[in-house]
Design a protein around this ligand. Structure first.
Ligand code: PGA
Length: 239
C-alpha cells in the first residue's frame, strides 16, 4: 500500500493533481493506492476517483459516532461519503492536539465500527532515539493504541524524519519493522503476519525503492511527496 497524507494542503483546484494520478493508474494500480486529503476535499475526490485505482481516505476522525463535538467529523460520516480508510494517531495529531494512545485506540475502534480501515501511526522522537528508547517507545505506543481487531494497517513514522528530508539508516528501519511485526504476531497471532506495516518519513522517489525492499516494509505513508502527481506516481511504481 502507498498512502498519501496531504495534511493541511490542497484546494479544490488540487483535483487536477489527483486526476493526473488517476489517469496514470488507469488500467490498474500495482498496489493499493490511497490519497487522504483534508475533509472538504474527500467527497469531490471520491467522485473523481470512482472506479479508478485510487481510494480516498481521511486524516483523522472523532471517537464518537455522532454528538455534541463542534468541529469534529465522525467515521460514520466519512464512510457515508465514500472514504475507505482513516489515518489515526499521526504524530502531528498527537503533538498538536495532545492525542493519547487510549484516544488513538478509541478512534481506531470507531473507524472499524464504520467498516473502514484504520491506519494507526506510531514513532519515536529524536530525543527518544538518541536515548536508546526508540523501540520501547514504539512498542508502548502500539500496546496502547491498537484495537483488538486485526483489520488494521500500522505506519511507523519516526517523528524526526517527517518533513525533514532525513531518513533512518535502512538497518534501523529493518530492525524497527521486525520488532513491530513480532509485536503484531504476539498480539494477533497468525493474523499479525498479514498486517501491512508502512514506513513514513521523508519517503521520496529517490529512496522509495530501497525502503520498500526492506523485509516487513509493506508500503509507505507519504506526506510532502504525495502532493505532486509525478513524485507520488514514482513512489507507487517503486512499490
Ligand atoms: P513526509 O510526511 O513524507 O512529508 O515526511 C510523512 C507523514 O507525516 O505521513
Amino acid at each position: 500500500m502507498v498512502a498519501g497524507n496531504w495534511k493541511m494542503n490542497g484546494l479544490p483546484s488540487s483535483a487536477a493533481e489527483l486526476r493526473k494520478m488517476i489517469e496514470a493508474l488507469e488500467g490498474g494500480a500495482p498496489c493499493d493506492v490511497l490519497i487522504c486529503p483534508p475533509f472538504p476535499l474527500i467527497a469531490p475526490f471520491v467522485r473523481d476517483g470512482a472506479d479508478s485505482g485510487i481510494e480516498i481516505g481521511a486524516q483523522d476522525c472523532h471517537r464518537a459516532e455522532s454528538g455534541a463535538h463542534t468541529g469534529d467529523v465522525s467515521a460514520a460520516l466519512l464512510a457515508a461519503i465514500g472514504a475507505r480508510a482513516v489515518i489515526v494517531g499521526h504524530s502531528e495529531r498527537r503533538a498538536d492536539h495532545g492525542e493519547s494512545d487510549s484516544l488513538v485506540r478509541a478512534k481506531a475502534e470507531a473507524v472499524l465500527a464504520a467498516k473502514l480501515l484504520p491506519i494507526i501511526c506510531v514513532g519515536e522522537t529524536e530525543a527518544q532515539r538518541d536515548a536508546g528508547e526508540a523501540e520501547a517507545t514504539v512498542l508502548a505506543q502500539l500496546d496502547g493504541s491498537l484495537p483488538d481487531d486485526a483489520q488494521i494497517v500500522v505506519a511507523y513514522e519516526p517523528v524526526w524524519a517527517i518533513g525533514t528530508g532525513r531518513v533512518p539508516q535502512m538497518a534501523d528501519i529493518a530492525a524497527m519493522h521486525g520488532a513491530i511485526r513480532r509485536a503484531m504476531v504476539a498480539r494477533y497471532g497468525e493474523a499479525g503476519q498479514g498486517i501491512r506495516l508502512l514506513y513514513g518519513g521523508s519517503v521520496k522517489p529517490g529512496n522509495a525503492k530501497e525502503i520498500f525492499a526492506i523485509e516487513d516494509v509493506d508500503g509507505g505513508l507519504i506526506g510532502g511527496a504525495s502532493l505532486k502527481a509525478d513524485d507520488f506516481l514514482a513512489i507507487v511504481a517503486a512499490a
